[in-house]
Every structure is written in C-alpha cells, then in structure tokens.
Design a protein around this ligand. Sequence first.
Ligand code: PEP
Ligand code: MG
Length: 743
Amino acid sequence: MLLKRLRDTMARAESVEVTLGEVVRLVANEMVAEVCSIYLLRAGEVLELFATQGLNPSAVHSTRLRVGEGLVGDIAAHGRPLALDDAQHHPQFAYRPETGEEIYHSLAGVPILRAGRVLGVLVVQNRTRRQYDEEEVETLQTIAMVLAELVSASHVVSPNEVQQVDGIGLLPLRVDGVQLTPGVAIGRAVLHEPRIVIQRVVAENVEQELVRFQEALHGVREDVDRMLEAHDMQSGEQREILETFRMFVDDRGWAERVREAIDSGLTAEAGVQRAFDDVRTRLGQSTDPYIRERLSDLQDLSNRLLLRLTGRVATDPASLPEDMIVIARDMGPAELLDYDRNRLRGLVLEEGSALSHVAIVARALDIPVVGRAPNVLARVEAGDPIVVDGDNAQVLVRPAEDILQTVHLALDARAERRRKYAALRDLPSTTRDQARVSLNMNAGLLIDMQHLDDTGADGVGLYRTEIPFMVRSEFPDVDAQAWLYGRVLDLADGRPVTFRTLDVGGDKVLPYIDSFGDENPAMGWRAIRIGLDRPAMLRRQLRAMIMAANGRALSIMFPMIAEVTELLRARHLLELELDRAKRRGQPVPERVRVGVMFEVPALAWQLDSLLPHIDFISVGTNDLMQFLYAADRGNSRLAGRYDSLSPALLRLLHFVVDKVRPAGVDVSVCGEMAGRPVEALALLAIGVRSLSMSPGSIGPVKAMIRSLDLNEAVGFMSSALAQPDRPLRETLRLFAADHAIEI
Ligand code: PEP
Ligand code: MG
C-alpha cells in the first residue's frame, strides 16, 4: 500500500521539492515516526537536508553534513543502515541546533542507493527510545529504492555536480594497484557493465513479476550451461568455478529473498536489486576472501538477471574494440568469459585478489590483470588507450605517445626474448664447466601444466594444491582430488611432480573449516598445523594422491614444518594411507619421496634429527624471508626493504645446504627468488643444484646457467660472503658483467 501511495504521489508531477515534502510526510505517517528527513549528496561530498517532516523547516537546505560526519554521514560513508534507540549518545552523533532535533532519541536511517552509489540518506526519528525492528528497516530500504529513482530521474541534484571528475579529461594518469596476474598489454578501454538502470520499481501485478523473475532465472541458467559446454571448459579449475557459479544460480535462499521483495510490491528487477543491495550491505565490508568471492558471484548473477529483465541487450560484441582492456569494479568469472577471448587483452579491477575466481580464469586465458586500482572506473572513459602492466602492478591511462611507443618496444623485446628462450628449450641446463642444474616449474592449476612442454622444464618442483580447495563451496571429495592429481601426473608424462599438501589458513580461508580470525595470519593456524589438527582432511588428501599415482612414483612435501615431530606425525598419516591402500589391494606408488618445505627458520637447527626422515628439502624463500626478517611478504610498504641477496639469508641457506647435501638429501629452492637470474646465480654458488620457479622464468635462468662457470662463482661467493655485511646484489651484478654471465 505504501508503495502504491508513493507511486501515486510521484506520478502527480508536482515539482520535485513538493514531491519530496509529500514523501517525508507519507513515510512519517506510515512508520509512526515524528520525523522523516531526506538528505541528498551534493558536490564536495556534502549531505544536504532536502526535505523534512518534523525537524525545523528552516533547516532545509541549510543543514549540511560531510560524508562521515554525524550519524547521517556515517550511513552514507558506509552505505549501510543504522538503527539506534539512543542516537544522541552514539559517539558519531553530531548535534545541529538549527534542526531542533534534541528532543528525538531514536533514529533509523538507510542509504539511498542507485547502481551501487550513495545518492543520499533517508532517516526517521522518534522521541521515545524505541528500537526499530528489521522489518521497519527493510521498509525504509524499499522506500529508499523508490526515492533513488525519483532523485536521479528528476535531476534534483545535477548529475554533473556529484560525478567524480578526478582524472577524466585528456591528462595521462597512472593508477597503482596490485598484480593479480603478470604480463603487459596495450589496448582500448571497455567499461564493464555500465550500470543497468531500473525504470520500473513498483509492481502493477505481483503475480506477473514473479513469473518474469522465474523466467529470467531460467534463462540465466541456460546461459551458464552453454558456457559449460564450450570445448575448452571440459575440465580443470575454470570448469569448477563455473559449476560453483551454477550452484549459486540454483540457490533457493537467495531466490526466496528476491521473491519476498517482489511480494512486498516491487517489480522483478527492483526485487533482484533489493536482494543484492541487502546482501551487499550485510557483507560488503567483509574482508573474508570467501565472502568477497560470493559477493562477486552474486553481483554477476544479479547483473545477468537485470539485463534480461530490463530487456537491455548486452553491448553488441561486434562493436567492441579489437584490443579490449576491460575495466570493472569487480567481476565474476562468467562475466569475463562473456567477452570474446580473441579480442581480450587485459583486465583492470577496482577490487579483486590474486586468488579471486576471475583472476584464476584470467590466468588461464593468459591475460594480465591489475586489481585494487582505486576509482579506476570513474577515471577512465570508454575507448581510452590503456596499458595494463601486471608486472609492475600499474595501469597507464591515456599514456603519452612516447610512453606508448616505449611499451610497444618493450612488448616487442619481450616477444623477441621469448623466441630466444624458446630456442633454449631443448638444450641442457648445464653450466660451462658441466655442472648440471635441475630446472623445474611451480604450478597450481591444470592449465599451468602445458608449460612443461613449452619451457622444457625437468618437472614440477612445487604443485600448490590449495586453489581447487578454495574455489569450491565444500571440501572436494577424495575422488575429485584423485582425478585432479591424476590428470597432473598424466600431463607430466613421466616427469617428476612434487605435490605440496594443503597450504591454507590465515588469509587463504576455506569456507568449510572454522578459522579463528587469526590476528597474525601468516604465523597463525595454517598449512601443516591445520593438517595435523584435522588429520582426516590431510589423510583424504594423501589418499587421493596415492590413488592418483596408481602405481607411479609419488613425491609429497609438507608445508611450514617447524618441528621434527610435525614431519613425523605427517609421515605417520602417510604410512597409514599406504597401508590402507595395500590392505585393499590397491596399487601403491613404486616409490614415495617425502620432503619438507623449509620456511620456518627454526628448522635450520633441527636438521640433524630431521634429515634421516626425509628425501628432500625445498626452500620456500617467500615465507622464509618474511619470518627471518619479521617482514610481512604481502605488505607493499615493506616490499623491497630487505634484500633476498643479504648475507643473512645467504649464510643461512649456505649453512643448510652444507648440512643437507652430504646427508644424501636433495635440496632445492622453490620461492620466487629461484626464478630471478642474479638470485639463482647466488643460490648455485652456495651449492643449490635444483630450482623451481614460475614457467616464465625458466628461459632467463637457463640462459644464465649456460653462460656460467660455476667453479668461479663458488670461489667468488665464498669470499663475498666473508665480507662485512651488505647486500651482494651489486657485487654479483659486477661479477656477472665481468664474466659475461647473462642475467
Ligand atoms: C614459499 O613460501 O616460498 C613458497 C614457495 O610457498 P608459497 O609461496 O606458496 O607460500
Ligand atoms: Mg610458503
């Protein structure tokens, strides 16, 4: 009824000011509130009182609050509702004498949202200290939605006034973000999903709207099924991601929320928008990566439904440029796959993380992605020339011609280098004085396995198993895991693969195991610590690996081992699984190699008791560096502060290698350091003979190895390490230059 009355009021075609005045009267009446006010956002992030019932009328257009100031400002700043029975004692309360609001104690307010942006705030107040219930807040939200349409259609605040103009124009601009996938691309901007505008909010006929919603949902389901049928979606993580999305489309709980919204008198499209806004208000502030992922899936689904319901066709793909750089706030994996892959060059997101589904799919498509690029959507116009530099985590918008030229040259040089490294593919990885170095690659997705052939790597030195666990909504069962590891071994085709057991926890959250919100996640309940506390989970993974090997050799390593007993307990679980397989007459691996990741410095002083129990040690310098220097590896302010070529790290590694190798235990390095030629040179010079790195690094490191006289390097290093403490980077560079070593 309220919605109908609102619509009638709006249809009366009075001036907006008059209409807003009637709306506040109507709402105050309906909600039994003494006050109802509407604040709208104006230039300079200021909220101005535009209409009120109950407050002093002279305050209209004179009471102004900054976004973030007072309770109204707080609602706008966070884009979420607030309901307080004692507003005046809230720390955020800002008293404005001209309003005469001192007599009102309770307050409920909701943001007026349109297309994800805050346009203003709708507030009701009462004298008594009353608690507004959830239903009342929801009613306010529905009213705010109707208001949003009125406000934006009437241009009561000129859209130009609140548009973010920062950077729009012709000036070049550099936007710094984070690398989600590496690589560099040049192209022209395509703004993803220019917001879908809902024209009809109030339903004429609820039954009809429910049917429209049902049909739209059905249509989306068919679209996703079609994507799943595409020939390159037949296996692997991309498929799992899409299947998870498909499950989402079928989620009853969410569809039920939309139906409830429609039942309350909204059109199907407004119902979808309402349900999404609700979820975003509740979960939007969450930093939990799993929840963020669900939100982008939900956004993806809502957009698909809105496209269908508003009858707006998605942009004609043929009208998009040949070299697309897609710019989006955030995106679900299916949305990325909607773009023509032959034209897609790169992706820029305002949000996103390296493990988000869209980043994983982008990696499979081999396009660079920069994420967390602040406000980029507002700063780029469709068609702008863009450089996405994933390697340096930056986006160049409208770069000057000379910069474009430089990037083109760099891309050409890169292609040239690729050709050169490709030519090294079948040549042995041997130094000039005939020392053989084993070069392996790191992998974590099935799609990565193709690089074994194109790089000529000896094998996979580190297979990170966590990604498939993170893209699902429940723990993958043994069969699913066994299938995946089996495929990895098939694709390796006899070349060794070292599987690392699950390294999750801390910030890599699995939705289906409790985490305790560690304050210090990198040092928290993660990796083998979870595995040993949840032995059934670790055993299932080990069982799957044994099944996958199906008689072939198996190599397993345990992450984050800090004490020998942890390795012994993990080994024991492995023995139990091997026995189980034997008892059941299943094939057991012809050989099982067991190793540990050396990431926790404490392990260096336990080698004597550790070595008899292992076949190899793989040094994870990414974590080792962060624990050795107490420097968070993800903190951009610390990036580059401590040099991995410091004597501290190299002496520690030297000590470890000298102890491990004579015991007949293999030692390799699989952190990022191994893939950088100068660092790799240092590692070889202290005795490492096996490296594992991202596929793109194999060529450059092999070129370095083939130009190196290892004996000379060893001599040089032992005297360099005896020098007073200072990073060896420069010294090593000079050494390489003097000896024509390709670094
Ligand atoms: C490391 O810590 O160096 C490592 C290789 O493991 P991850 O990067 O997966 O933590
Ligand atoms: Mg690690």
